[in-house]
Design a protein. Structure first.
Length: 166
């Protein structure tokens, strides 16, 4: 479903598609750039979320810059009857940045729970994985840790053709 954007919405997306400014009052800074109030910026972003134009506003830390160079996606084969309840508990653990259920791809891929762990060393990630395993208990049949080998750039919503020229 396509949603028509107002001129202000297009300007706001163009101004924020590279991220919000890293200042104490980012909505005020964006508003000043666009000749609008911080409240107008916030309300417009809320409308864009409500309409499904953007999914969320969130911080995307660069784990490598923060010293977390051992980043492991742990994958778990968990009893389907318990995966949702256990996944919610695991998502609250320190060090877990992503936790979600996925469909299995049998017979080659039996894993249905994915948990991203970050550490300064692989040993640290493996200790965190043991905590997850202990929490899963007998509901877990198998697991693996897939370590990141490169940093992928994450981006937000983009307007077709990029930002307007000034």
């Amino acid at each position: 479903m396509k949603t028509a954007l107002t001129p202000f919405e297009r300007q706001l997306i163009a101004a924020t598609q590279g991220g919000l400014p890293l200042v104490p009052e980012p909505y005020e800074a964006v508003g000043a750039l666009l000749g609008a109030s911080a409240r107008e910026v916030q309300d417009t972003l809320a409308s864009l979320i409500e309409r499904g134009v953007i999914r969320r506003i969130g911080a995307v830390p660069n784990h490598y810059r923060l010293g977390y160079v051992a980043n492991g996606m742990t994958v778990w084969d968990v009893d389907d009857e318990r995966v949702d309840e256990l996944g919610e508990r695991i998502a609250r653990l320190p060090g877990v940045t992503h936790c979600y259920r996925r469909s299995r791809a049998l017979p080659d891929w039996p894993y249905n729970l994915f948990v991203m762990l970050h550490g300064r060393t692989r040993a640290e990630v493996e200790r965190q994985a043991l905590t997850v395993r202990d929490l899963l208990g007998d509901a877990c049949r198998d697991r693996a840790i897939l370590y990141s080998t490169q940093l992928l750039k994450k981006t937000g919503v983009r307007l077709p053709g990029g930002a307007p020229k000034e």
